[in-house]
Design a protein around this ligand. Structure first.
Ligand SMILES: Cc1cc2nc3c(=O)[nH]c(=O)nc-3n(C[C@H](O)[C@H](O)[C@H](O)COP(=O)(O)OP(=O)(O)OC[C@H]3O[C@@H](n4cnc5c(N)ncnc54)[C@H](O)[C@@H]3O)c2cc1C
Length: 384
């Protein structure tokens, strides 16, 4: 039996939950479909924390989107009553001319974002965790308004609020097929066919399976994260230790998130490497963390933050979905009239989820958006 919806959103991860949230609050009759359950640990949005920051070294055009996202994060917190965002600051470290240090300074100057430069010789006075940091760091920068967000809790907050506003969510159902047919898009999932005026696809690492027509060469990579139980626990807590993003001698930066009282399990300082990672596919990824991977995290963290070094007591595997240029794709689907897509978040997308959802809701309701996201359209990959 088929039902008629204004919009169907596929994938209730970070971006799809946010799209559903906006659409439901605008009064659309909206259906969300997720193959697993909300807040699951098989995609790209699990692991207890995601760094949020504003002096964006990746591209300064992201900053207006980050500012809008920040307003929306506050709104989601207020509406849900849940603590989602921690503003413990983010510490960047690296060479002066590096992408991170030069990029953070450029973005902060251009957009008037407060950052503070810290001499590596003085870092221990400010953040004891990084005393005797052995990475060759010429400059530390501290962004006080940055911090981290709780991803699983944020997704649940958006979905709960979407449901309060009339959205229907079907969990445990795989979308097998979708097709535009004249006035409608037909979506097949869990043995049922659903019809909608508009379709929004947010399949994360499953984009190659569900939305090949996007025609962007996406590569999924396997990312390992570890939780370190520090020797000096009090120095690893968010009141005294910021989140961090540090360049390393081997070129693969390391990031981390401090402990906080609302962390739950796993507990500890969360540490991972940004980039690298073996190629994988979403359904056949190896989810078992190897001993050498655990040891690499312990050793890298001990070099950067010897005062809080310790053992990895929990670990997990997650996925990045990478585009060729490291930037997202948010657009209407090529060759389609009624379908939009957000994919390729390259390991830095979570902080944008609320504004990505808003852009997708604009596409679905108005066919366009006024938000400054044109630089993320897929046409940049077209050959001349
Ligand atoms: C280890 C790690 C650390 C990261 N750190 C940060 C950070 O500090 N800051 C930051 O901003 N970002 C960070 N990111 C990136 C960020 O988490 C991702 O960019 C973001 O979560 C991607 O969201 P998504 O909605 O595209 O994918 P997902 O959240 O994975 O959602 C996709 C959803 O679609 C569902 N789905 C797929 N196909 C189907 C189908 N056929 N039928 C039904 N459902 C389907 C999936 O089950 C999944 O739930 C990190 C990522 C990783 C892996």
């Amino acid at each position: 039996m088929s039902q008629h919806w204004d919009v169907i959103v596929v994938g209730m991860g970070a971006m799809g939950s946010a799209a559903l949230w906006h659409l439901a609050r605008r009064g659309a009759r909206v259906l969300g479909i997720e193959q697993f359950s909300r807040g699951h640990d098989r995609g790209s949005s699990h692991g207890g924390s995601r760094i949020i920051r504003f002096a964006y070294f990746e591209h300064c055009d992201y900053v207006p989107l980050l500012r809008r996202s920040d307003v929306l994060w506050n709104e989601i917190e207020e509406r849900s009553g849940a603590k989602l965002v921690h503003r413990c600051g983010v510490l960047y470290g690296g060479a002066r001319a590096s992408e991170v240090i030069a990029g953070v300074k450029h973005s902060s100057r251009l957009h008037g974002i407060a950052i503070e430069s810290i001499d590596p010789a003085q870092i221990g006075n400010r953040f004891p965790a990084f005393t005797k940091c052995a990475e060759p760091i010429a400059e530390f920068l501290f962004e006080p308004n940055a911090g981290f967000v709780r991803p699983e809790r944020a997704i649940c907050a958006m979905l709960d609020d979407a449901q309060r506003n009339g959205a229907i969510i079907r969990e445990g159902e795989i979308v097998e097929e979708w097709q535009e047919r004249g006035e409608y898009v037909e979506v097949t999932a869990g043995g049922a066919t659903h019809l909608a005026r508009e379709l929004v696809l947010c399949p994360g690492a499953w984009t190659p399976e569900l939305a090949r027509a996007i025609d962007v060469p996406l590569i999924n990579t396997r990312q390992v994260i570890g939780w370190i139980t520090p020797r000096h626990k009090s120095r690893g807590e968010s009141q005294v230790m910021p989140a961090f993003f540090i360049e390393r001698e081997n070129g693969v930066p390391m990031y981390g998130v401090p402990m906080a009282s609302d962390q739950g399990t796993p507990s500890g300082i969360k540490v991972g490497f940004h980039g690298g990672g073996e190629k994988c596919s979403a359904d056949s990824i190896d989810r078992v963390v190897r001993l050498d991977e655990v040891k690499a995290i312990e050793a890298a963290f001990a070099r950067a933050a010897p005062e809080v070094a310790g053992e990895v007591t929990a670990s997990s595997v997650c996925m990045y979905t990478n585009t060729p240029d490291g930037h997202f794709v948010i657009d209407r689907m090529p060759g389609c009239q009624r379908t939009s897509i957000a994919c390729g978040f390259c390991g830095h997308g979570f902080k944008f989820a609320p504004v990505v959802g808003e852009i997708l809701a604009d596409f679905a309701m108005n066919g366009r958006t006024d938000l400054p996201a044109d630089f993320l359209r897929r046409k940049r990959f077209d050959q001349d």
